[in-house]
Design a protein around this ligand. Sequence first.
Ligand code: SF4
Length: 199
Amino acid sequence: MLSIASAPETDMVAREKELTAYLASRPIDVLLDLVDHDLLTADLARQLDRPKLTALLERRASCQGEDTDLFYAGDGESHFDGELRRQHVIYTWCTGCPVATACLERALRDKDSGGIHGGLTEQEQRDEARAHAQRLAQARTNDARIAAEESAYLRAARRAARTGAFTKATPLSIERARTAVAELSELRAARRARTGWTA
Ligand code: SF4
C-alpha cells in the first residue's frame, strides 16, 4: 500500500475531502481537537451547522473577553482612524485566531458585515458574501431546519432519558473520529511538505 506522502495528489485531495465531510458531522469535542491541530479549514467550517460554529467560537475565539467595541466603527470615525483600528484588531487578534474560519462563516450566514469577522473588513465580507451567495442561502436553510429539529430532538431526548433509551457517543465512535483527525493532520502535513509550504 502507498504511504500518504507518496500517494498521487488527486488521491490525497479526495481523501482529505472525505475526512473533512466525516469530521464535520462529529461532536464538538472532536471539532475542538481539529482546532487544536490547526485543521479548521474554510472548507470544513462551511460544512458545520450554526450551533457548532457558535460552540467553537465560544470555546476558542482569540478575542474572547476583549473589548469588542474595537471591532466596529465608532460614531463619526474618520477613514484614517477606521483603517488604523481595523489593522490593529486584525493584527492583534484575528491573524492568530484558531477559529477565524468559523467566525467568518457564521458572520456571512448572519449577514453580519457590521464589524470585523474572521480577519476580514466589512467590505471584504460583503465581497465574500456575494461570491458565495448561493452556498450561503443553502446553509441558512439547513441551519433553520436544524434549529426546528433541535427542539423536536430535545423533547424526544427528555422522553428517552426518562425511559433510559438515550444513546450517547460511544468511546469507540470518539476513537474513530480521533483517528480521522490524526490522518487528516498527516495528510495536510504531507501536502504542505510537497509544495514546500512549512507554515
Ligand atoms: S477571527 Fe477575529 S473576530 Fe473572529 S473570533 Fe477570531 S479574533 Fe474574534
